[in-house]
Design a protein around this ligand. Structure first.
Ligand SMILES: Nc1ncnc2c1ncn2[C@@H]1O[C@H](COP(=O)(O)OP(=O)(O)O)[C@@H](O)[C@H]1O
Ligand SMILES: O=c1ccn([C@@H]2O[C@H](COP(=O)(O)O)[C@@H](O)[C@H]2O)c(=O)[nH]1
Length: 205
């Protein structure tokens, strides 16, 4: 079985999860989705307050080596156990999730094109983009509704780590993309083209 790896990158709130969800809903078990976020390093030994202050937008926050290892395993046709991360706890949970090898693996994350070894593994690199004001508003709503945050904490985190790390690491990795998708979450033309490419690969014996 030949496997293709598709990377979906872009800053927080750009619409990576929304685009990926549409692809997963369309292809079901034929496609596997893995988040770089699942590979955030453990923050054991710190209080919740200390964990909340970690810079989660810096490359050093991720165990990218483990993700690379897991992707190699999947490409070799072996299943992996993917860590499960909690944004509410700011830590990995004790759970892991079995992921079976498929012909198409999608990896999403803010910094997946920043690490050269990981970047070079992707057959197709997609960067999703949305205006900064729209994405911070979306992130604020999402983090308050789904990730247990206060508006004040979202603003503080955005100004102290998210924005500077975006400028230093995420935005410069845009140039490595093969395709830029504007309004990622709801760009139906781009979605259809990506679906056609995935379908062509799945249908190739
Ligand atoms: N085109 C869009 N219009 C309105 N809301 C959107 C759109 N795309 C995404 N969203 C919303 O914005 C928030 C962030 O999008 P998400 O896909 O989670 O971004 P990312 O994974 O890049 O951080 C989510 O709550 C999502 O429902
Ligand atoms: O414990 C955590 C871990 C991560 N974050 C923030 O999440 C985003 C990345 O997720 P997206 O789905 O791409 O938005 C990143 O900007 C981190 O700041 C967090 O707040 N807490």
């Amino acid at each position: 079985m030949s496997t293709i790896l598709i990377g979906i990158a872009g800053g927080t709130g750009f619409g990576k999860t929304t685009l990926t969800r549409h692809l997963k809903e369309h292809f079901g078990p034929e496609v596997t989705v893995i988040g770089h976020d699942n590979y955030y390093k453990r923050q054991d030994g710190k209080t919740l307050e200390e964990r909340a202050k970690v810079n989660y937008d810096h490359p050093a926050a991720f165990d990218t080596e483990l993700l690379i290892e897991h992707l190699k395993e999947l490409k070799e046709g072996r299943p992996i156990r993917c860590p499960v991360y909690s944004y509410v706890e700011h830590n990995r949970t004790e759970e892991t999730r079995e992921i079976l090898p498929t012909k198409v693996i999608i990896v999403k994350g803010i910094l997946i094109f920043q690490n050269p070894t990981l970047r070079d593994m992707f057959d197709i690199k997609i960067f999703v983009e949305t205006d900064a004001d729209v994405r911070i508003l979306r992130r604020a709503l999402r983090d308050v509704e789904e990730r247990g945050r206060t508006l004040q904490s979202v603003v503080t985190q955005y100004l102290t780590t998210v924005k500077p790390m975006h400028e230093q690491y995420v935005e410069p990795s845009r140039k490595f993309a093969d395709i830029i998708v504007l309004e990622g979450g709801r760009n139906l033309v781009a979605l259809e083209m990506i679906m056609q490419r995935i379908r062509a690969h799945i249908d190739t014996p």
